[in-house]
Ligand binder design. Structure first.
Ligand SMILES: Nc1nc2c(c(=O)[nH]1)N[C@H]1C(S)=C(S)[C@@H](COP(=O)(O)OP(=O)(O)OC[C@H]3O[C@@H](n4cnc5c(=O)[nH]c(N)nc54)[C@H](O)[C@@H]3O)O[C@H]1N2
Ligand SMILES: Nc1nc2c(c(=O)[nH]1)N[C@H]1C(S)=C(S)[C@@H](COP(=O)(O)OP(=O)(O)OC[C@H]3O[C@@H](n4cnc5c(=O)[nH]c(N)nc54)[C@H](O)[C@@H]3O)O[C@H]1N2
Ligand SMILES: [Mo]
Length: 776
């Protein structure tokens, strides 16, 4: 391991640093020479869809429509390294549990189906036939099918596989379909329908070109959706103000050098991204947004009383919305001192945002995990919508709300019926189509699945993609409970920690990735995915599968369904796995409004957009209008003890070198942190006040009154440009500190962006002091 260093990164996002980073990973994965061909098909019509983030795939792609992190995700999948039965014969599961997330995935792609052998504590090879037969027998044997079996998936699953998986669960007898989005944009799926009657964002790439103001709350495009920097760069060059609220000064939101522009690369001419940058406290957005709305309202009131023009879009509010008066009354009652204290900002900051907002005619509001992963996340997202509604920034060109989705097909997966909420999918139609009575009982979301596992109520857990046990809160409680389950099935492509927590019967079932060629008796098959702007695209694999022993997720699901479920002539599993177009036909029947002529339209440049009623100002809420929410308070974390001198608020972050629980390396280039992940970012004055030293090891302890001791030792203190009282650490290492009950009200998205902790000095383990520390 190289020596950790902390040194402010002076360069822009993108640029040569990005080129170097891509080269390094392609080299390390042994695919430097061969990756080029794959990457030219990246995000192209008739190519494959990036397996990293869900950012929009344009109709006229660049010659290289990929970014640094997309290239890393591709290298990760097409790696030359293999995790073979021989490798797994050399290491016990207990031994591998000692490895960190990075080292677990280093052996490379899994090549064979494997079954856990308790006697040797090793995974041993098994035939697909045996695996599927035993799993189906176990699934049938679960006594309480409604409560005893969980079908998890992570948001990479294709539309086709997602549709079949959700059908499988409902034919089996439950809606226990938690997915990664429960930990992510579930807050969006609750907030937006309540506010505007539509569960997904309203903005597409065309809107970026017509917007005249962009606002960013808690999303980090430089690392998590880097291709988004292209439309942002264009906007900035057009003079569009970009206003950011984020506790950290994220480089991607400050400046960008387009690695795809030879001129920029040679001249080093970078683009400024944000025109205003406000380092709000984590958890302070509810107050900050209230301040902005209050200032807009005050401007309106002032101008009207002076006989001037309205600032609010009064006609829009009257015709299209409901609840404005009560919201306005509430705003007038809010106290600036309180708003300043809670947001950590000055009144002038919020007022300057309001001034720019009020002077713009088409505003986009963008947000990510910084808003969704809080106890009051739902109200906060709704407050951002309120702000947009005040000036009619909804259902018109260049304006709208833009949640930036995470996994590459997390949105499509939900569209295809992977949801624990029965009301989100047309179950009546599904029942008619396949001649059965779908279960109506709400299923488990992620948190509820955890609670049921803790109570030993879950007997069988099927996981298609993802790393559930690592992504969830409360590892200390969850890991022992996980091992008490009877059956755990891991449909994955690389080793991860969840697979190393075997239940009584446990399988690793490796599958074909989406970049790979999937051939059936009917020829090469294609898949489809939906991006964050609700556009659906075709996907065609370009590489041979990592091993001849892999099968597709679809084939696996169909084979399993045939043995597990009662025969039903209307569900044609054999046809589906032979020809995936047969699945798309069924989708078209279940969701005719958006998926008519699916087979053809998915190959249109830019994909086809699902029907988005808000685009034509149609509001599918109860009142038939857009709803202004009146917040219940300003406290973003109602279940937290007051943050003060002792208690700090921890936000868990992604580095630039990871995709969720997949750790590509130990660097976080833009934040100037290298060769280490176990760090805690602290404000210098908190470090001094608590008599800590930079470079020192500390233990973090969660402050909670439930009698559980949650602690994380060995964290190294780094002085960082972060608001006082706020600290940062990396996910998933910090998840051990998150109580499972600390989640967003209404959506149960774990509140990963604010965990109350105390910091305790560990004797004198100090890193060598020759490092420089990032001070921003
Ligand atoms: N390379 C890469 N790409 C990814 C992923 C990845 O891990 N790696 N993950 C994918 C997934 S599944 C998702 S959901 C997305 C996640 O992408 P993001 O939504 O960007 O999620 P995070 O990186 O967790 O945090 C986002 C930002 O929120 C800020 N923040 C933290 N707390 C607060 C707060 O209280 N208020 C405000 N205003 N800001 C706050 C942080 O400083 C950070 O800049 O990215 C997707 N894309
Ligand atoms: N503290 C904290 N916790 C968080 C978050 C946070 O910000 N802070 N973020 C949350 C969010 S937004 C999310 S989305 C979740 C992520 O939760 P998950 O989606 O469950 O986790 P990932 O790390 O994305 O899953 C990685 C695994 O997926 C498997 N995999 C990769 N590609 C494929 C494929 O093509 N097919 C199959 N079958 N398997 C594949 C690999 O084996 C790999 O080990 O974590 C959540 N947890
Ligand atoms: Mo996510």
């Amino acid at each position: 391991m190289k020596k950790p260093t902390f040194k402010p990164y002076r360069l822009p996002s993108g640029g040569w640093g990005s080129v170097r980073s891509v080269r390094e990973i392609l080299q390390r994965e042994g695919v430097l020479a061969s990756a080029g061909i794959a990457l030219t098909r990246h995000n192209k019509v008739d190519g494959y869809q990036c397996n990293s983030c869900a950012w929009v795939k344009p109709a006229t792609p660049l010659p290289f429509e990929f970014c640094e992190n997309g290239a890393k995700a591709v290298a990760w999948e097409i790696t030359a390294h293999r995790c073979t039965p021989e490798f797994l014969a050399e290491h016990t599961v207990a031994e591998m549990r000692e490895w960190d997330d990075y080292h677990l995935e280093q052996p490379g792609r899994l090549t064979h189906p494997m079954r856990y052998d308790a006697a040797s504590d090793k995974y041993v090879p098994v035939s697909w036939g045996h695996a599927i037969e035993e799993i189906s027998r176990e699934l049938r044997a679960v006594a309480d099918k409604l409560k005893g079996t969980v079908f998890y998936s992570s948001g990479r699953l294709s539309n086709e596989a997602s549709y079949l998986y959700s059908l499988f669960a409902r034919l089996y007898g439950n809606n226990n379909l938690p997915d990664s989005s429960n930990m992510c944009h579930e807050t969006t799926s609750v907030a937006l329908p309540a506010s505007i009657g539509q569960g997904v964002g309203t903005v597409d790439l065309g809107d970026f070109a017509h917007s005249d103001c962009i606002m960013f709350f808690g999303q980090n495009p430089g690392s998590n959706s880097p291709r988004m920097l292209h439309p942002l760069q264009e906007a900035s060059q057009r003079g569009v103000p970009i206003i950011t609220y984020n506790p950290l000064r994220e480089r991607g939101l400050e400046r960008f050098l387009n690695p795809q522009s030879p001129t920029e690369m040679l001249t080093g001419r970078e683009t400024r991204i944000s025109s205003q940058y406000h380092q709000v406290k984590n958890g302070g957005d509810l107050a900050a947004l209230t301040g902005i709305c209050k200032a807009v309202l005050a401007m309106h009131d002032e101008r009207k009383s002076a006989g001037g023009d309205a600032v609010l879009d009064e006609a829009f509010i009257a015709e299209h919305t409901h609840g404005f008066e009560s919201f306005a009354d509430w705003l007038r009652r809010q106290d600036w001192d309180e708003l300043e204290r809670r947001s950590g900002l000055h009144r002038a900051d919020m007022e300057s945002t309001a001034t720019v907002y009020a002077g713009s005619n088409a505003v986009i509001g963008i947000y990510g995990m910084g808003l969704t992963q809080h106890q009051a996340g739902v109200e906060t997202v709704r407050l951002l919508v309120n702000l947009l509604l005040m000036r009619g920034n909804m259902g018109k060109s260049g304006a709208g709300i833009c949640p930036v989705r995470g996994h590459s097909n997390v949105q499509g997966q939900r569209t295809m019926g992977i949801t624990e909420k029965p009301e989100l999918f047309p179950l009546d139609r599904l029942g008619q189509q396949f001649g059965f009575e779908p279960p109506r009982e709400p299923g488990y979301n992620t948190v509820e699945a955890c609670e049921a596992i803790l109570k030993d109520e879950v007997r069988a857990f099927v996981m298609i993609g993802g790393n559930f046990a690592r992504a969830i809160p409360d590892h200390g409680q969850m890991e022992p409970a996980w091992r008490r389950m009877r059956l755990t099935v891991n449909v994955i492509t690389k080793l991860n920690r969840t697979a190393l927590l075997p239940g009584e019967i446990s399988y690793i079932l490796p599958v074909i990735g989406r970049l790979e060629i999937d051939r059936t008796a009917a020829g090469q098959q294609v898949l489809s995915m939906e991006d964050t702007s609700a556009c659906v695209h075709g996907n065609r694999g370009v590489r041979l599968p990592a091993s001849p022993h892999l099968i597709s997720e679809i084939r696996l699901l169909c084979e399993l369904a045939k043995l597990t479920l009662d025969p039903n002539p209307r569900v044609r599993w054999d046809d589906y796995m032979r020809d995936y177009a047969e699945i798309r036909k069924e989708v078209g029947e279940t969701l005719p409004d958006s998926f008519y002529d699916y087979e053809r339209r998915m190959w249109e440049p830019g994909g086809f957009q699902r029907d988005l009623p808000v685009k034509r100002r149609e509001w599918r809420t109860k009142s038939g209008r857009a709803e202004f929410v009146t917040p219940t308070g300003l406290d973003e974390d109602m279940d937290m003890p007051g943050v003060g001198h002792e208690v700090l608020r921890l936000m868990t972050l992604r580095s630039n070198d990871q995709f969720n629980t997949t750790i590509y390396g130990y660097d976080d280039r833009f934040r100037g942190i290298n060769n280490i992940r176990k760090v805690v970012l602290m404000n210098r004055s908190d470090i001094d006040r608590m008599a800590l030293r930079v470079g020192q090891a500390v233990t973090l302890r969660t402050v909670a009154n439930d009698g559980v001791d949650r602690r994380l030792p060995g964290m190294i203190v780094v002085a960082y440009d972060i608001p006082i009282g706020c600290i940062g650490g990396y996910y998933p290492e910090c998840n051990v500190l998150m109580p499972v009950w600390h989640y967003a009200a209404g959506s149960k998205t774990p509140a990963a962006k604010s965990i109350p902790v105390t910091v305790h000095s560990e004797d004198d383990t100090v890193l060598e002091p020759q490092m420089e520390y990032a001070t921003g």
